[in-house]
Design a protein around this ligand. Sequence first.
Ligand code: BGC
Ligand code: BGC
Length: 775
Amino acid sequence: MIADLIGRMTIEEKIGQLVQADLCCVTPDDLRKYKLGSILVGGNSGPEGNDLAPAPEWLETADEFYLASVDRSDGGVGIPMIWGIDAVHGHSNIIGATIFPHNIGLGAMRDAELIERIGAITAKEIRVTGQEWTFAPTVAVPQDFRWGRAYEGYSSDPELVASYVGAMVRGLQGSPSNDNLLAGPWVLASTKHFLADGGTDNGVDQGDSSISEEDLRDIHGLPYGPAIAEGVSTVMVSFSSWQGVKMTGNHSLVTGVLKDRMDFGGFVVSDWNAHGQVAGCTNEVCPQALMAGVDMYMAPDTWKPIYADLLARAQAGTIPMARIDEAVARILRVKARLGLFTAPKPSERPYSGRYDLLGAPEHRTVAREAVRKSLVLLKNEGVLPLAPGQRLLIAGDGADDIARQSGGWTLSWQGTGIDNSHFPGATSIGTGLKQAVEAGGGSAVISPDGSFTDRPDAAVVVFGETPYAEFQGDREALVLDPELTAPYETMRKLHAQGIPVVAVMITGRPLYVNPALNAADAFVVAWLPGSEGGGVADVLVGDAAGKPRFDFAGKLPAAWPRTTLLSEGTLFPFGYGLDYTAPATGWTALPELDTGNLAGDSRLWFNAGAPAARWSLMIEGTGSDAGTRITTVPADALGGRVRVTAENFKVQEGARRFTIAGGTASVQLGNFEGVDIDRETNADVMLLVTLRSWAAPQRARIGAIGPNGSGYAALDLAAGSDYVRYGIPLKCLRNKGADVTNLNRPFVLETEGAADYAIAEVRLGSDAERVVPCT
Ligand code: BGC
Ligand code: BGC
């Protein structure tokens, strides 16, 4: 059947199958014309440009694209397209879906059977909204948790990861012999990112892994064996490199190892414009990826030039038709196994439109079980379980924040810009505790800053990381960002008043948190539990007789560091985790380090009134004006034309105010090494600037300056009573001429005429309040 189909396809139809476009940048009419094999939604895309679109709109969109792809009115073969989505912890782009713990928490459970049930529920919820393909499971084996995507992997231990993969693939796709996925509650899976995404040097996202071939095989390759044995349909290639060669262009690994030696029979998809990073390629032109073994290009916004170039080469015969036919055959085989050629349009398939299944009670019950089993107890000096009949204080900035406990890849790409209102039916950790205590006849108040009127009998302090995904989560040290450590003080205060304190940490990774481990009487790692925060209370709050209702089952999926670098020693080894049978042993205070001078998030360029380490704040004028480097305030610059003072923002003197008498004045952040933000530009990251203006200048523009090209976007700096987080797409600055691979003044705010404004923060990110139009 496949051979017959290929025999009837035109060259254009074949090339179309090899290309995948993002919903941001493609229409049903494009599909009708170009016959693309697939569409995807990246983390920030959604129907009609709305990544928070309600579930029915996703299904309608699925129908529109499907129908366009099978339109045979022009005499074409009309191969149905498939829609890929990052359903990486439940159907996590959809409001109301069940959000499971991120993989790192699942790794703590050591329960492959539960993994399969999670996969099955995820598949069923995906089917409700009409997608056929999830870019999961991530089978990374993170070796350095400074990597911001480490939480997407189950564990640092290859055996543990390998023991889960088959179960997850089976849950998503059904058994390996299942050859009509769309007839039942199943979707295509994709193991990613091949190979050694979790093995980059220093944990740099999309970086280079210089490990040996043995480690490549035994650590990072291990999970691909069970995935292939379970019939995984697709494999996504990693952005990263091995020994200096980008995986997307590595023929010997993608074709030689994965397809030939490991006998992977599905198709290989590349990652988001990753082909553009292959030596000799651009985002628009890259036959090298196909020749290396990539069957489908994820070309979100570049599908048109990629298609045109591949087509021209196919017609000219400079890429062999045999390779094209092989790639097409792989894609069509997967589509056939899916049952796509006999299935009706998405909305008419089983489970479609069954919105009652999104976040269904029986699904949430399973997620809650996973939360329960993933909790790891690191310390318990006799305070857990909590008696239900008492007065409980629930403190900490993470106490009532479902977005935070869900982490990145939740509704939005970085998991930012959302709040409890976007999680109907979900339960925060604090609400779950309150419900459990109240059900037992006690009382509870949620008070993030730890203040109270009636003295509590015990306190739980929920703290930890805030959401991040690609790039944004990379750190140079395993330490909680300084602005997230206020709960340490809350723990100390409560403890000093004789109130037993239980610390609950929300985190994607093991971090140095010795101050919290010392201050609290009990310490529980909750990872990124997702929508069913009630699972925490199930284990922490005991029954009326004071006995545990559930014991702790979680064991560390990766070693916990003694200091801010794992290479300096382990505090708790891989596999560590106490339970209720463990006797209190007494606690020897751990050393507390001065972490204030550690370089934190390298994408935070200016905050709390100061530029990042090794950066400087400069004021430049035009012509003869001598520029000034600002170190302390108040200060004068440009011969008195500019006055720099401190303003309060979040913290005292948390912003810098620039009062400009007139003329051209340019406030700049300089980094003398030259900053390369090419990858972030590719990923649709923005330059985020938090500003308040008291008086609008005649003209203002924001830009980035480099020796090989600068670019600016006009900014409307209207006066306002609040700070606003403006977002300037890096792509805009690049389009305006900035060389994003080398910027020595990566941030510039230039005004013309009298101006008066303050800057609180400059960083890279995706959660703008106001996106600056790129005109
Ligand atoms: C990520 C993948 C993801 C894809 C689509 C990439 O940037 O690395 O994990 O599946 O985007 O969103
Ligand atoms: C998309 C993500 C993608 C990333 C690539 C973002 O703009 O929303 O899905 O993974 O770019 O790095």
